[in-house]
Design a protein around this ligand. Structure first.
Ligand SMILES: Cc1cc2nc3c(=O)[nH]c(=O)nc-3n(C[C@H](O)[C@H](O)[C@H](O)COP(=O)(O)O)c2cc1C
Length: 184
């Protein structure tokens, strides 16, 4: 049972990372092996639209750290993604990351990824947790992943007003999501 976690913020005091850590710990307690990718430590190029993936039915040909990530993704059971909200959207580095998943759909629209990979997400924003304006943005972001056959098991939005203490509502949900991601 393998969980791949892609952390969109490694900022000192990052809230999305703190919640992701609880999900990771919970998945590990269920026996999951975890591979972590910190986006700000990755050599990450933007999709250049060369079309090579669609022409040849391969993963992206760009030579950067996404090569390792795609290997992890093809062999994982669960994927956790986190993103800070910058200017109303998941931050640019995480949109660059998301764009690179283009290579996982073939020219005939079939998917190259094994179906049923469990997906979870954590978004962090300065606005209050129940601020409605960003909900469609997060849904749009996740639709790229569910569109490739992943199954969303849970998503957490951490607001500027959220309680992320150990036994609070957010961390309790994180614990549950980690259990779901880490279970056989
Ligand atoms: C460049 C920048 C732009 C931001 N824009 C927004 C925004 O439009 N809406 C919002 O609610 N919060 C915004 N924030 C606040 C972050 O989303 C917030 O600090 C969040 O906790 C960041 O995630 P992290 O704690 O995981 O790093 C912005 C922060 C930065 C640095």
């Amino acid at each position: 049972m393998k969980l791949v976690a892609v952390l969109g913020s490694s900022r000192e005091g990052s809230k999305s990372k703190a919640v992701a850590q609880r999900i990771i710990d919970s998945a590990k307690a269920k026996g999951a092996q975890v591979e972590i990718y910190e986006i700000d430590k990755m050599n990450l190029k933007g999709c250049v639209g060369c079309g090579s993936c669609r022409k040849n039915g391969t993963d992206c040909v760009l030579n950067d750290d996404m090569k390792d990530y795609f290997k992890s993704l093809h062999s994982c059971d669960s994927l956790l993604i986190t993103a800070p909200n910058y200017y109303s959207m998941p931050a640019g580095q995480m949109i660059t990351f998301m764009n690179r998943h283009y290579c996982l759909t073939n020219a005939d629209r079939t998917q190259r990824l094994r179906p049923g990979i469990r997906l979870a997400a954590v978004f962090a924003q300065g606005a209050p947790q129940d601020y409605p304006k960003y909900v469609p943005h997060y849904d749009w972001y996740l639709s790229t992943f569910t569109g490739k056959g992943m199954e969303l098991v849970g998503s957490i939005t951490v607001g500027g007003d959220s309680d992320i203490s150990e036994n609070g509502e957010i961390m309790t949900k994180a614990e549950e999501i980690g259990c779901a991601l880490g279970s056989i």
